[in-house]
Design a protein. Structure first.
Length: 346
């Protein structure tokens, strides 16, 4: 990681999650001085401690909802990856206040603690569901982005750079649909699909980490970074899993769950009108205007929106063979195939 110099200290909130563990391993491959993992789950921390066996990792029990937890965790830290969140759409629909307490107020706690402790840069992890949100999880993540942008607006001379990254479905992350499909086909069941025509973005854990690294290297206060991900339909994704595991291509329709959208959006047309194109990424800068709207009323400011959002319906669409190729690149899929037949995993 070129943005890290030897001996730097990094905090990862929610560090025992899928993203957090991938980031920890990536940091340990370099010359990082210390990685702090803040989470509530002592069992996962213990398993992670035994598996990694690296003294550069410190494990902190705490909750981002508790200001004292993050105040202590951010002391003498150079960088913060804020990944702790409630991410399950249906559960957030039933408990929206819990999503607010973790995703909005918890994020505010992290940003405030980082500011007070002089952290150099904070990257908060958002989701495509924050754009045109229709569910509690997406709404809470949209508010989290607003909290990060408000920090940039209200603290223009702050030494702490706070930015956001926004990504779609991370393949084989905990609670995502691909491990569910794999579990179902291994048990001889048809994959359960809400609506086969739904479209979703696909991104590997490695790509999500690269997006965060890009933000750390290029962020200005309040920026939102988006990766140009590929997409597919849920029906094609289920069929790809069936073909990989050589089972009949059948699905079980269960209907749309609470809070689900037909398609997801990574960047709105209004954001794209002011975004900078970095090749694989978009940078959406913060609107840094103040509350003196009279200036803009008299002098005028016009931003023309683009005709389309960047969403999973118009993003580059993978067909079933393309999805299979992507899935066969995942170490988790190869490991599952090796358990069935070592030859298939080669």
């Amino acid at each position: 990681m070129t943005f890290l110099t030897a001996g730097r200290r990094v905090l990862i909130t929610g560090g025992t999650g899928s993203f957090g563990q991938t980031m920890v391993r990536r940091l340990l491959d370099g010359d990082v001085g210390e990685v702090r993992v803040l989470s509530r789950d002592e069992a996962k921390q213990d398993e992670m401690r035994r598996r990694l066996g690296d003294e550069r990792v410190r494990y902190l029990i705490g909750d981002v909802r508790d200001p004292d937890s993050v105040r202590l965790a951010t002391r003498d830290v150079d960088f913060v990856f804020h990944a702790a969140a409630l991410k399950q759409v249906p559960s957030c629909e039933f408990f929206p206040l819990e999503a607010v307490r973790t995703n909005v107020l918890g994020s505010a706690n992290v940003i405030e603690a980082a500011e007070r402790n002089g952290v150099g840069s904070v990257v908060v992890l958002s989701t495509d569901k924050a754009v045109y949100p229709v569910n509690a999880m997406g709404i809470s993540k949209a508010l989290m982005e607003k909290v990060a942008q408000a920090h940039a607006r209200n603290n223009p001379r702050s030494a702490t750079v706070v930015s956001c990254v926004r990504y779609g479905n991370v393949m084989y992350s905990r609670g995502s649909v691909i491990p569910l499909f794999v579990e179902q086909v291994k048990a001889g069941r048809a994959p359960t699909v809400t609506n086969p025509a739904m479209t979703r973005f696909l991104m590997s854990l490695t790509e999500s980490v690269e997006l965060v690294e890009h933000a750390f290297q290029h962020a200005r206060p309040g920026d939102v970074f988006v990766r140009k991900a590929v997409a597919c339909t849920i029906g094609d994704l289920a069929e790809a899993v069936c073909r990989i595991f050589d089972v009949p291509s059948k699905i079980e329709m269960i209907g749309v769950r609470h809070g689900e959208k037909q398609d997801e959006t990574l960047a709105s047309r209004e954001e794209l009108a002011q975004a900078e194109d970095f090749g694989d990424f978009f940078r959406v800068p913060v609107d840094a205007r103040d509350l003196n709207y009279a200036v803009y009323t008299s002098e005028g400011e016009f931003r023309e929106s683009l005709p389309e959002d960047f969403n999973s319906a118009n993003a580059p669409r993978l067909d079933v063979p393309g999805i299979m190729e992507l899935l066969l690149d995942l170490p988790e899929i190869r490991a599952e195939l090796a358990l069935r037949d070592p030859v298939l995993a080669c």
